[in-house]
Write a protein that binds this ligand. Structure first.
Ligand code: 5GP
Length: 232
């Protein structure tokens, strides 16, 4: 696939969302936000945390060193490779994947604890991790965050400024494969605006109140929500 091919395919998409491919568009308890490197998953998850702190988000474990300003237990739990491998061996991770030499994983227990309580949870993962969650939690809603165009994805990856040119070019290479996995997901949101994507995510995650009105930023009803499974 050339840059032009990828750009054309994404730019040609006229709708912001594409329909749920599996089951009806009812709220799911476990939602996975994924998509190619650089698309803005982290930015969307961070904005959602500000706007909707009652939506619980898993904090991943990683062997990547903290970036400036990152706090252990907040953005990630930072672990050594040995600690991470120990967690894998003990079956403590719901999913895990290697990205550019670093390991990333989701702790199983806190997620299952939320789901046991019938409360929603959001995971922000790479595509490999999202597809593992599909296998582990069949009722999960997999949301694919797509860039408005290939050219925009390239621009965002370069603008980040935290990675070397070699890392950027490896991420672009990986992004081509990750974009090809879109058909495995339940729904696509196009990241034209962080706030719009947050709104769309909230409406996917928040169950309808008995009177038909979803909870929102001002009226979240965090404990009173009746959650439904995406699939029985
Ligand atoms: P970064 O190092 O830029 O924070 O994240 C690199 C990639 O790892 C991103 O695509 C991010 O979504 C992904 N990632 C973060 N946490 C996890 C996780 O727990 N599992 C998996 N599979 N990927 C993760």
């Amino acid at each position: 696939m050339t840059d032009g091919d990828a750009g054309h395919g994404l730019a040609a998409r006229s709708r912001q969302t594409r329909g749920l491919r599996r089951g009806a568009p009812v709220p799911a308890q476990l939602t996975v936000l994924s998509g190619p490197s650089g698309v803005g998953k982290g930015t969307v998850a961070a904005r959602l945390k500000e706007r909707c702190p009652w939506i619980w988000q898993s904090v991943s474990v990683t062997t990547r060193p903290p970036r400036r300003g990152e706090i252990d237990g907040q953005e990630y739990f930072f672990a050594t490779k040995e600690q991470f491998q120990g967690m894998v061996a003990e079956g403590e991770l719901l999913e895990w994947a290697e990205n550019y030499g670093n390991l990333y994983g989701t702790r199983r227990a806190p997620v299952l604890h939320r789901l046991d309580q019938g409360l929603p949870a959001l995971l922000e993962l790479d595509v490999k991790g999202a597809l593992q969650v599909r296998a582990a939690v069949p009722g999960a809603l997999l949301v694919f965050l797509a860039p408005p165009s290939w050219e925009e994805l390239v621009r965002r990856l370069k603008r980040r400024g935290t990675e070397s040119p070699e890392v950027i070019s490896r991420r672009l290479e990986a992004a081509r494969d990750e974009l090809a996995a879109e058909s495995e997901f339940d729904i696509t949101l196009v990241n034209t605006s962080v706030d719009d994507v947050c709104d769309q995510l909230v409406s996917l995650m928040i169950a309808q109140e008995p009177d038909g009105h979803p909870g929102n930023d001002r009226n979240p009803h965090p404990e009173g929500i009746r959650w439904q499974r995406l699939r029985p």
